[in-house]
Design a protein around this ligand. Structure first.
Ligand code: SF4
Length: 203
């Protein structure tokens, strides 16, 4: 199936694509994305209200007791690493960026715990700057729909997607692919009977 048709089908199946993480400002979103590593958005949304009530500013997070922070985010996994990254991140954004998250990829990538996917999600979701983040869902869906080579790595998938689709569509398509992968084309037991790609994908 060509990529135009794939885009159309994703638009039909995923009607209202939007980020499922809750946040009130730039740094809360950045931390929510960081916390979502190897964890679901639903779980993150249960923990962030508690976290941001206890630490309502970057300064409060910078001065947080790491053990207390670890305890709050424990249900999300990787709590030691995530707590350390949050405190370091809060310190840098407070001290060096005047409490404002930088709006470009190069600077985002210098922040603790922020990799390409997190930086790209921040760019499209908060700053409305085109990017095509590749998470586990986008990677799986791209392979099943033959949008990239079967053994492509994250960078190669990003290259394949950004060369096939127009820049103006990247953010929207990214979100549709995430939600399609999360709810329909799941890793295990995909809902193929509900899928417009049935019989054409390579699963
Ligand atoms: S038919 Fe099944 S495996 Fe193929 S794209 Fe649809 S949900 Fe995924």
């Amino acid at each position: 199936m060509d990529h135009h048709k794939i885009k159309k089908n994703l638009e039909i199946m995923i009607e209202n694509p939007k980020c499922e993480l809750n946040y009130n400002n730039d740094w809360q979103l950045l931390i929510a994305i960081l916390l979502s590593a190897q964890c679901t958005d639903k779980k993150v949304n249960k923990v962030t209200p508690i976290l941001f009530e206890k630490y309502p500013t970057l300064l409060a997070l910078k001065n947080a007791n790491i053990k207390e922070l670890e305890k709050i985010i424990y249900p999300l996994g990787l709590s030691k690493t995530k707590a350390r990254n949050i405190i370091n991140l809060a310190t840098i954004i407070h001290d060096q960026y005047n409490d404002v998250v930088p709006n470009n990829k190069n600077e985002l990538l210098t922040l603790p715990g922020i990799g390409t996917k997190t930086a790209n999600v921040m760019l499209i979701e908060y700053f409305k700057i085109p990017a095509f983040p590749v998470d586990t869902h986008v990677a799986r869906v791209s392979k099943r729909l033959n949008l990239c080579e079967p053994n492509a790595n994250t960078k190669q998938i990003e290259q394949a997607l950004t060369s096939k689709f127009q820049k103006k569509d990247w953010a929207d398509l990214h979100m549709r692919m995430v939600l399609f992968g999360r709810y329909i084309c799941k890793s295990r037991n995909p809902k193929c009977h509900d899928c417009l790609f049935k019989g054409t994908c390579n699963k």
